[in-house]
Design a protein around this ligand. Structure first.
Ligand SMILES: NC(=O)c1ccc[n+]([C@@H]2O[C@H](COP(=O)([O-])OP(=O)(O)OC[C@H]3O[C@@H](n4cnc5c(N)ncnc54)[C@H](O)[C@@H]3O)[C@@H](O)[C@H]2O)c1
Length: 349
């Protein structure tokens, strides 16, 4: 028997929502039947651009008028908690863009709301769904480099993000909460949970209010060590945005993902390199294809979860640990100390 096509709604018709909407059109098994934005004209224009959908400005009203299987929240963080609580409270599966929330208390309440309602709760955390990162993880899971000892997760560029996302220049907590949480999710996904963290942040571009660069050092509970670094104000040619660089060492080999889309497995037998460049979606374009392809991969995964085939990756509950790591990194920076994650999490309750 084939699975019923899941009916979804998209909340937030801004910059990144266009990638969501295009992506949903490419994913079999789900369709977006309604869109919602506080700004009615924005929602109407968005709906028109995609051939027409029911338009709402209020999520509660949308939930009462539509029979939905899932709601995809693509708004900025201050609205995440009320929206997720509202959707989960209606018994509907919910996807929330990263960062899950600005505070640990909000994120915890969102996870609790989804658990109480017994609905799937996904975080749209697409880096781990990028082609190169998935291929690197597959080599590691096959045991190609043995026990993991060291990793570097890096995202450095000088691309002008502020054109599409002007709010990034205004927020007080920027690089760690924007790209840091992506990198921390990948670090946890690959290397496992974090025992302690230290961090240095920098504000390099005078037009931004918050930090636009950071360097973190993580000790994982398996004994492995990771460096995680990010800069929005680096001069590199060719411009690597939005590629992540991975260097992961195990006892018997190393996996290297370079910003030229090559993935190399180094072992005693030599080096084997594969091309891991994502396809450019027919609606997309470079350099965003890396991200656009990962949105489609993530959304296909959502459909699998809704059809009972697997569990959310990452779930809200899992992502709480990633948020904790980002927030603890600020504390580490401000106190010039190493933060023990178990103790940090215990202090939040
Ligand atoms: N995963 C990624 O690769 C990636 C990339 C870019 C942005 N993002 C994330 O996507 C999210 C959205 O970013 P953006 O740049 O598209 O923002 P944006 O400001 O362009 O769009 C957000 C939209 O949400 C609407 N909105 C806010 N509160 C609402 C509410 N309560 N109900 C309905 N609509 C509401 C706003 O009116 C706005 O149109 C952010 O959390 C950002 O971090 C993720």
């Amino acid at each position: 028997m084939t699975d019923k096509i899941k009916q979804g709604a998209l909340v937030g018709c801004g910059f990144f929502a266009r990638n969501h909407m295009h992506g949903w059109q490419d994913v079999p098994g789900a369709q977006i039947v309604a869109v919602c934005d506080l700004d009615q004209s924005k929602a109407e224009a968005f709906s028109r651009d995609f051939g027409g959908r029911r338009v709402f400005t209020d999520v509660q009203r949308m939930l009462s008028e539509m029979d939905l299987d899932f709601v995809d929240v693509a708004t900025t963080p201050p609205s995440h908690r009320p929206l997720v609580e509202c959707v989960a409270g209606s018994g509907v599966a919910v996807i929330c863009q990263k960062p899950i929330a600005d505070t640990y208390a909000d994120a915890k309440a969102m996870v609790a709301a989804a658990e109480t309602a017994e609905v799937p709760f996904f975080i749209h955390e697409n880096f781990r769904w990028q082609k190169g990162i998935m291929a690197a993880k597959a080599l590691i899971d096959q045991g190609q480099i043995g026990t993991l000892r060291f990793a570097r997760f890096s995202f450095r560029h000088g691309y002008d993000n502020y054109v599409n996302q002007p709010y990034l220049a205004e927020i007080q907590r920027f690089a760690l909460m924007d790209v840091g949480i992506h990198l921390y999710d990948v670090a946890r996904h690959v290397m496992g949970e974090v025992q302690h963290v230290s961090c240095e942040t920098q504000r390099r571009n005078p037009i931004v209010a918050g930090e636009d660069a950071f360097t973190s050092l993580l000790r994982h509970t398996n004994g492995g060590v990771s460096m995680v670094d990010c800069s929005f104000h680096s001069t590199i040619r060719p411009e690597p945005f939005p590629e992540s660089l991975l260097w992961i060492e195990g006892d018997t080999g190393t996996v290297e993902l370079r910003t030229d889309f090559t993935l190399t497995l180094h072992t005693e037998d030599g080096a084997e390199t594969q091309d891991v460049e994502a396809d450019v979606p027919r609606w997309g374009g470079r350099p965003w294809h890396v991200v656009q392809d990962s949105v489609i991969n993530f959304q296909a995964h959502v459909v699998d979860v809704l059809n009972g085939k697997t569990h959310p990756q990452p779930s809200g509950a899992d992502n709480l640990k990633t948020l904790a790591l980002a927030l603890a990194s600020y504390d580490a920076m401000q106190s010039a100390s190493v933060i023990d994650m178990k103790a940090w999490e215990a202090r939040q309750s």
